[in-house]
Write a new protein. Structure first.
Length: 366
């Protein structure tokens, strides 16, 4: 028996040649799937990303590489199994009737649909990265918020369409009847998802009313932080302690919200206490010199108020109130520190001393 006759031997309804062809195809598909997926990613990158963009091809490879490899393997598997026949002795029902063939066929279609949906979602995410990168070139943060909102909406639409298509193609569900049935069960669904729907509506209010946008520093419900993401259900905030909080959109809309980024100035208010042996003239010099310095400082306005306000328990109290014209936290701290050092210099120049809590105890010798 020569080699050709060996390959033509039949086992379980198929020749050895057929089995080798299937195994070889799967091995080749598995080995070259990464290379082919990378080439497809490069082609998509060239069509989507403009020349000169700061984006790296690696971002797209990381997103599409794995789902594309699975798609290639699924297609190779389909081609391979088309060369394999079930033994006639098994007497299996045809693919359009209930049986093993129908079950395997629908399982394959289900996994294929999931993989294609996976690719679509990853591609939408990459589009979001591309447009967000272009949005960073503009000064306004509004376009960043719009892009983030639209990308999330597109992802939801893709998932909804994928579910309906899989129900129709794989499970042979009558989509028209299903949609009509949703009208009947819509009320029950709305009641069950009342909180989610409220958060969804609140997201549209945030989107159109714009009480804040991505990047704003806000205070809501006792939480202060920078807005990093606005989604359909919640808003993500990075606090000053670097915690990452998720706050429902309904809470962002219903509670009093202070958008600190819309302030024109940051207020500084504290008290400087001098010892009780400080003279009237020294206090007047400290007050006037400090007032002059704050009025002339390039980062403060003319609303600064420096006054000797009260006789404290252990000090003569001077109120220091002024406004710094920046919303940058680092610049604010630098200016505040600079003014604090100048107040120390003024007090020392007048030979006055800072007070601290003290008590004097008199003992009766009698």
């Amino acid at each position: 028996m020569d080699f050709s006759q060996f390959l033509d031997q039949v086992y379980v309804g198929n020749t050895i040649r057929d089995y080798l062809w299937v195994v070889g195809s799967l091995l080749i598909g598995g080995l070259f799937s990464r290379f082919v997926a990378r080439k497809i990613s490069d082609l998509i990158f060239g069509l989507v990303a403009k020349k000169g963009t700061e984006l790296n091809k690696t971002a797209l490879h990381d997103l599409l590489g794995k789902p594309l490899r699975w798609l290639i393997i699924m297609l190779v598997l389909f081609v391979c199994t088309s060369h394999i026949e079930y033994p006639a002795s098994w007497d299996l029902a045809p693919v359009d009737e209930f049986g093993i063939r129908l079950v395997l066929h629908r399982i394959y279609l289900l996994f294929l649909g999931i993989v294609i949906t996976w690719i679509a979602l990853r591609f939408v995410k990459f589009l979001g990265i591309v447009f967000m990168e272009r949005a960073t070139l503009t000064e306004s943060m509004a376009d960043d918020q719009i892009i983030s909102f639209l990308i999330e909406m597109i992802r939801i639409v893709v998932i909804i369409f994928a579910v309906f298509i899989l129900l129709g193609v794989v499970f042979k569900v009558d989509i028209g009847a299903l949609v009509a049935g949703l009208g009947i069960g819509g009320l029950a669904l709305a009641l069950a998802a009342k909180e989610s729907l409220e958060n969804l509506l609140a997201s549209f209010i945030i989107f159109f009313d714009k009480p804040f946008i991505i990047g704003d520093l806000v205070t809501v419900n006792g939480v202060t932080g920078s807005v990093e993401k606005i989604g359909f259900r919640s808003t993500r905030i990075r606090t000053l302690e670097k915690s990452y909080l998720t706050i429902p959109n309904l809470m962002m809309v219903n509670n009093v919200l202070d958008n600190l980024s819309l302030r024109t100035f940051r207020r500084v208010n504290f008290t400087v206490g001098l010892t009780y042996d400080t003279t009237k003239e020294q206090i007047q010099e400290v007050v006037s010199a400090t007032q002059k310095y704050i009025d002339e400082h390039p980062h403060t306005n003319q609303d600064g108020k420096i006054h000797f306000t009260q006789f404290g328990a252990s000090s003569l109290d001077i109120m220091v109130l002024y406004y710094i014209d920046t919303m940058d936290w680092g610049v604010f701290l630098e200016v505040k520190e600079e003014i604090n050092f100048e107040i120390m210099r003024i007090v020392q120049a007048q030979k006055a001393e800072f007070a601290f809590p003290t008590q004097t105890i008199h003992l009766d010798k009698s």
